[in-house]
Design a protein around this ligand. Sequence first.
Ligand code: UD1
Length: 423
Amino acid sequence: MDRIVIQGGARLEGRIDISGAKNSALKLMAAALLTDEPVILTRMPRLADSRFLGHLLAKLGVEVSERDDAQLSLHAATITDTFAPYDLVRKMRASFNVLGPLLAREGHARVSLPGGCAIGARPVDLHLKALKALGAEIEIAEGYVSAKAPKGGLVGAEIDLPFASVGATEHAMLAAALARGETVIENAAREPEIGDLADCLTAMGATIEGAGSSTIRIQGQPRLTGVTHKVVADRIETATYALAVAAAGGDAVLDGAVLAHNKALWSSMHEAGVTVEAVEGGVRIARNGSRLNSVDIETQPFPGFPTDAQAQFMALMSMATGSSVIRETIFENRFMHAPELARLGADITVHGNEAVVRGVERLRGAPVMATDLRASVSLVIAGLAAEGETVVNRVYHLDRGFERLEAKLSGCGAKIERLPGSA
Ligand code: UD1
């Protein structure tokens, strides 16, 4: 297994190119199942997670071809298989999102229950609730969901989500785009990735109103067309590099980042003493010299503070003056980075869903272990700011969601490299 080795202490200066959003790209890939015409995704991030989903789509009959210039073409001329086996779904939860499109287009599907990060139970009850509302008959047996649409296909319906789940909202949108009549999703998630999916489905011929608000209306169509769609910029990658610059010190522009997609984070960073401003083509982050103020945060669905940036923010707070309280409300087991940050000298106490971070003057490099996707990058951030050498083991977690991480950071002056082999 590869390792990442960081010599801490270098300031980050320059520009970092922000990739397309992993979380959006995965749902856009699933949308390709809805049409027999090619779906071309540009600014497509190259990640282990998108490769996994590509393998699954290929198994279902989709022609998948990737180009060097971040363009992915998906052509589901005919669906040859509606079975998504455990092997291909367990590695990545978002693969479960093929269920709705298969059901909508082919009338039936059998998909393994998902795996994914070890950050909580993460059931799929809301996804199934949405598909049932559209008329699907669903059975769960031996770890598989078998679903069948009514004779004439899925039928538009009102779907009231008890929690604004991102995945369930997207799954409902995907299926509803090919259902007969109108679907209304109440208490829909409002994340920017929802807007991106709505834009893509609209360009494919669906009529969608209200994406980005709590009520989304979708007029399903009997047939959708192909599309060329540019994936929205990754707001979590943006947050990660912004926090890296803040932690290590420096002045960098995040090219392609959208200021409006991270307002809650910017306001916490601003309170901490970091400069954040919109500049032509992106967002500038700067921090000079002095120690930062500690800031309390609580993760919330969008537009609140994103759970996917919580670990990275904790890394920053571990070097602030005073104490900060970090409350995680989305996932129940998302502080696995805390004991790893402690190896670098961070002073963190976790009680249930709350972590108290007492800032220390400096962190010192140490060997650490990545535990999940976002946790692993928080260790990279801490390592960039720490004195001496940090070795992050098990970096396959990082490869799931961060494209060319070492290249992007070393391009700004970080001393970071990947070493092949295990530890
Ligand atoms: C997506 C993101 C993930 C992010 C999360 C919250 C992708 C691929 N992943 O995950 O990076 O951390 O949004 O912003 O887009 N829940 C249920 N039943 C369900 C579905 C969800 O109880 O059927 C619960 C989950 O266990 C969790 C909470 O709802 O506690 C939030 O989950 P959800 O918003 O669905 O996140 P994901 O779509 O899985």
